[in-house]
Design a protein around this ligand. Sequence first.
Ligand SMILES: Cc1ncc(C[n+]2csc(CCOP(=O)(O)OP(=O)(O)O)c2C)c(N)n1
Ligand code: SF4
Ligand SMILES: [Mg+2]
Length: 303
Amino acid sequence: MNIAAKTNVLNLSEEEFVYPGNRACSGCGLSILYRIGLKALGRDCIFVVPPSCLTVMQGLYPIAASQMPILNGTFASTAAIATGVRAAMKRLGKKTQVVAWAGDGGTADIGIQALSGALERNEDIIYICYDNEAYMNTGVQRSGTTPQGGLTTTTPYTGKKEQGKNMPDIVAAHNPAYIATCSASYPLDFHDKLIKAKEISGLKYIHIQTPCPPGWGCEEQMTVKIGKAAIDCGLFDLFEIENGKKQLSEPSKKLLKKEKLDSVRHYLSMQTRFKALSEEQIVVMQERIDKKWDGYRQEFGAG
Ligand SMILES: Cc1ncc(C[n+]2csc(CCOP(=O)(O)OP(=O)(O)O)c2C)c(N)n1
Ligand code: SF4
Ligand SMILES: [Mg+2]
């Protein structure tokens, strides 16, 4: 299935499931994907969401911004709650999609054990992690996915020392039914990956990079450009893994044809959170990306 060609702005559903006006910051990468993602999921779904910017954006009943039922749980239990809700739906003979939608803190750190259990049991749920690479809702504290060298309010002034966790790789080690990565800069790619995920039984994991202007230190109008720059320099890759087979999605796949990718330096320079990076750290980062893409060229050829 060529997901890149499927939905476009002309045939995208006009039905809206998010009311105009919500409490996300302007330029929030998550808010772009949330609106488009709900169009793909449709009305027959129940969300399970831990504390995060998404809960703030969704708002509280009766003035919630979303029209779907949402269950707010505790940080540690998102995938466990989703498991229970899905079991209840099954018992009632309903096909209702159960969608766990959590941040990187709620996924890579605090919720990882419940997610690992649900992955092991191959629960029939969609699990979406939106990765803004820190605990943003509570004031930009570092998370497991904060990149090495990135500044947050809880990293040393020289930036985070450790490398960020690679959640798609951690999930892939559980061998689930479907894994995809997405970006706020390509909402229709996310839309079509969700449409696909809905048709697959078992656990579907979707990891999305969502730039966050206040947390990343950029102007709000730069969100889409920064997300694209992350892909164009080969740092964040869009792909799908189905039955263990990895396939690059079009925005990343087209890079296989390029002799040289954009430099990571350009992506880093667009955000103040990387201002503490030393020249040596940038060189190491570039070398890691180049090595990864040498591997991709061997694995996938010229696309
Ligand atoms: C057990 C627990 N610890 C801490 C908090 C406070 N808290 C609420 S949201 C949040 C940040 C969540 O980060 P992430 O999952 O990355 O989502 P984001 O805020 O970035 O959207 C924290 C620490 C909490 N609600 N529960
Ligand atoms: S802090 Fe970041 S992730 Fe949270 S609502 Fe604002 S832009 Fe979005
Ligand atoms: Mg976060």
